[in-house]
Design a protein. Structure first.
Length: 539
């Protein structure tokens, strides 16, 4: 198989663009990006990649560091050894800031940057180029002396709701939209949102090594009077749940009784046993739940409460190993290559939670739930109709790519209900941590975008006047956009094979061949996932 890859790579290289032309295009893209980031006076940030960079920064002003557990440190004074960065300043996580004095292992650090006040604004030029323009700068600079690793967790903007006292993390937005071609709008319930002086405020924040491009945001409200619980379905329709009931039985693909894991929302998750992380099973987990149907029932609302795993971390490591310095070429291809777009969409579909209903001995798909978050638990519903013809209990099968979903609870409400109408709220103001004016960019879905780079955020305030007279306002936040993941590199056997076999744009073509072969692409991902889990358990 390795020989096949190498032969194919040689053929592709003969057909590829001349190197001088390829680098000219890369430098043109870099020039345009840097020019776009020049602006008026504010904080400038400079990436620090080597110990020499840090030595030059000593006594020259504060530095910031982001760690793998998404803690942002701002150090007013600092010193360092071979393995530790020490200093005094503040630490910030999930919107909360505290004083800090201590040490941080370099192995935990994702990036370090220096801060200076300057007329020229060069905000995150190097990291943004790494995400959008690809690995160009890795060709131009020496390998960094620090160990930089991608944080575990989601690849999407964090959505916080202000509860009257502090910002509370509630959701994650457009996590599967990894390029302009996959731009999407996602909807999330914000149960903690409380208006202050008639104005609810939502924060959308970038706390990962990636570039977020936000097209539009909207805040909607519904009156949930009389409903004990509400839920969004897969079509982003809001439904009341007067009387949700747990399953009568539940088993996984091995036949194991898992009812106790799914009977109620208690943070006791069903977790994959990884027994089906193999080609023979199609790399798919399957669960079956069963509900007793009340007499005369014709429709139901199935609710799944879940969280997604951090398996995407291993996926990005493998993708980074395969693509290497061809990240630029990959994103360019993803924007214009319908075949590559089709393949990526098919992988997203495999990660969805597929919902099927049994009719006698046949299973019929009734819908799919997109992965939403691996930091914040979430709920999503699907409407099921035509239950009158079912003989016996309601049998539902849930399936997905192995180890993508962890299920907390599954329930069904057989009540006959109407959806709750949603009313839009007017945007009042946008406050940006990078001091940019992004309000016009996010007011509507158009060709303008707010660019949010770590650790920046937008605080968006709305007018809650339409909620006057509502007994129980419930808020839904909609965000449209996409992101560019800063793909990591690694020195694994998988990577070395592709380093020998392919260069530049050839890697993208080889990547397309690889991801169409699940039996080749997925085993090293699950092997890395198991290894990481064993290391975590050994700590």
């Amino acid at each position: 198989m390795i020989a096949l890859f190498r032969n194919e790579a040689a053929s592709l290289r003969r057909k590829s663009m001349r190197p001088d032309m390829k680098y000219a295009i890369c430098f043109l893209g870099l020039f345009i990006l840097v020019a776009a980031l020049i602006g008026s006076g504010c904080f400038a940030t400079y990436e620090l990649k080597t110990k020499a960079d840090l030595q030059q920064r000593e006594g020259q002003g504060p530095i910031r560091a982001l760690t793998v557990d998404s803690i942002l440190y701002t150090l007013e004074t600092f010193s360092f050894t071979d393995s530790l960065l020490s200093g005094r300043g503040t630490q910030k996580q999930n919107g909360l800031t505290a004083q800090f004095q201590g040490s941080i292992p370099f192995s935990h650090i994702v990036f370090i940057e220096g801060l200076e006040t300057s007329f020229w604004k060069t905000v995150w030029v190097v990291p943004m180029v790494a995400g959008v323009i690809g690995g160009l700068l890795t060709v131009m600079t020496e390998h960094p002396q620090f160990t930089i690793s991608r944080p575990s967790g989601s690849s999407c903007p964090y959505v916080y709701a202000f509860d009257g006292t502090q910002f509370k993390l509630e959701a994650e937005a457009f996590g599967t939209s990894i390029s302009k071609a996959l731009e999407a709008q996602t909807f999330s319930l914000l149960p903690s949102l409380v208006p202050v002086d008639g104005h609810p405020t939502v924060r959308i924040s970038n706390e990962r090594p990636e570039t977020h491009l936000l097209n539009s945001v909207n805040l909607l409200v519904a009156d949930a009077r009389g409903a004990s619980t509400v839920v969004l379905d897969i079509d982003n329709v809001l439904w009341p749940l007067p009387h949700a009931v747990p399953p009568a039985a539940a088993r996984d693909h091995s036949g194991k009784d898992i009812l106790s894991d799914l009977v109620k929302k208690d943070n006791r998750y069903w977790k994959s046993d990884l027994a089906r992380a193999a080609p023979f099973s199609g790399f798919r987990d399957k669960l079956e739940v069963q509900f007793d149907i009340p007499q005369g029932t014709s429709e139901a609302t199935l609710v799944v409460q879940a969280i997604n795993t951090e398996l995407i971390t291993e996926v990005y490591r493998t993708v980074g190993a395969v693509l290497g310095d061809a990240t630029l070429s990959f994103y360019q291809a993803l924007e214009r290559d319908p075949e590559l777009q089709r393949i990526i969409r098919e992988w997203i579909r495999e990660c969805n939670l597929r919902i099927e209903v049994a009719n006698d001995t046949n299973w019929k798909e009734v819908g799919m739930m997109l992965p939403e978050a691996n930091v914040v638990p979430f709920s999503r519903a699907i409407r099921i109709g035509n239950l009158g013809g079912l003989q016996g209990p309601l049998r539902v099968r849930l399936s997905s790519l192995t180890e993508v979903w962890r299920i907390d609870a599954v329930s069904v409400d057989f009540s006959i209900v109407q959806p709750l109408p949603l009313h839009p709220l007017e945007m009042v103001s946008v406050s940006a941590s990078d001091k940019m004016n992004w309000e016009s960019a996010i007011k509507s879905s158009d060709s303008s975008y707010a660019v949010i780079l770590p650790p920046n955020y937008l605080d968006i305030t709305f007018d809650s006047a339409p909620t006057l007279g509502m007994q129980r306002p419930v808020y839904v936040f909609a965000a449209q956009g996409y992101l560019y993941e800063w793909l990591p590199t690694q020195t694994e056997p998988f990577s070395s094979v592709f380093s020998e076999a392919t260069t530049g744009g050839d890697r993208v073509a080889m990547f397309k061949l690889l991801i169409e072969r699940r039996d080749l692409f997925l085993p090293p991902i699950y092997a890395g996932w198991r290894k990481a889990a064993e290391q975590d358990n050994g700590r």
